[in-house]
Design a binder for this molecule. Structure first.
Ligand code: ADP
Length: 249
């Protein structure tokens, strides 16, 4: 079966040809079958964000190819735009994705852009809000005046409302207090249980171990090691993986 996402010889160089040139991603290959939950871990600066932003076409490869459903996501401008609807990305600080004056409008932004009817938009908004744990009593409030945890759930609802086939998360719990971390993680667990294909960059090792079908360790722009959570956490192979786990666990 065609993997829903295929990454082939992916390389990304920032500021190429300048004194600031930086190889952020160096020759990554990865096939992600539909329904898989991939946890990505690694040190700051190892290329995790850069990598994940390639999967919905937000960043274009310097060389190599990203395929969605067997097709190059950069084959045309329209194709790259369409992939943004099919592969949803929740940023590290998703509250920066909120910019409408009400919670309802914010969650409705994606479906509206996809030119759905008002009824379809409404249905999507209510369903996504329910899923992400956003109470309808908040719909007319400004997202900016809500708590950090609520803002994240609104941002997640906005991405879910597009009904993407794949969800990407870039450290969705960073800078939240423990209670809010649990709220966001439990929403993600529900999505995973529902069979959503997900790729999540995280520093939450307990979560990565519990929810991932596959854990990937990135180091200096490459996938140094990967495995099932069981293999990965109990029997890491590389010295650098072992050192990382000793540091973080
Ligand atoms: P991570 O998500 O693992 O922290 P990043 O993908 O953010 O890693 O960064 C990988 C490398 O690329 C780092 O050395 C970082 O400094 C560099 N980098 C990231 N974004 C940019 C950018 N916009 N311009 C130049 N260098 C960048």
């Amino acid at each position: 079966m065609t993997p829903i996402i295929r990454v082939d010889h992916l390389r990304h160089v920032y500021s190429a040809g300048t004194p600031f040139e930086k190889v952020a991603i160096d020759d990554i290959h990865l096939d992600i079958p539909a329904g898989q939950f991939v946890g990505i871990i690694g040190h700051t600066g190892s290329g995790k964000s850069t990598f994940i932003q390639h999967l919905n076409g937000l960043i274009a490869p310097t060389s190599g190819t990203v395929y969605f459903d067997g097709q190059d996501i950069h084959r045309s401008k329209e194709a790259t735009r369409d992939v943004r609807f099919q592969v949803g990305l929740v940023f590290q600080y998703p509250e920066h994705q909120l910019f409408e004056e009400t919670v309802y409008k914010d969650i409705a932004f994606g479906p509206k852009n996809a030119r759905l009817s008002a009824e379809e938009v409404d249905e999507r908004v209510r369903e996504a809000a329910r899923f992400a744990g956003v109470d309808e009593s908040l719909f007319e409030r400004s997202p900016l005046e809500l708590s950090g945890g609520q803002k994240r759930r609104i941002a997640i609802a906005g991405v879910i409302a597009m009904e993407p086939e794949v969800l990407l998360f870039d450290e969705p719990t960073s800078a939240l207090d423990p209670e809010m971390i649990n709220e966001v993680l439990s929403c993600m667990k529900d999505l995973a249980k529902d069979g959503m294909t997900m790729v999540c960059v995280t520093h939450e090792m307990g979560f990565a171990r519990e929810v991932s079908d596959r854990v990937i360790f990135m180091d200096h722009g490459v996938i140094l090691e990967e495995g099932t959570p069981e293999q990965f956490f109990t029997n890491p192979q590389h010295e650098r993986t072992k050192a990382f786990l000793r540091e973080i666990l």
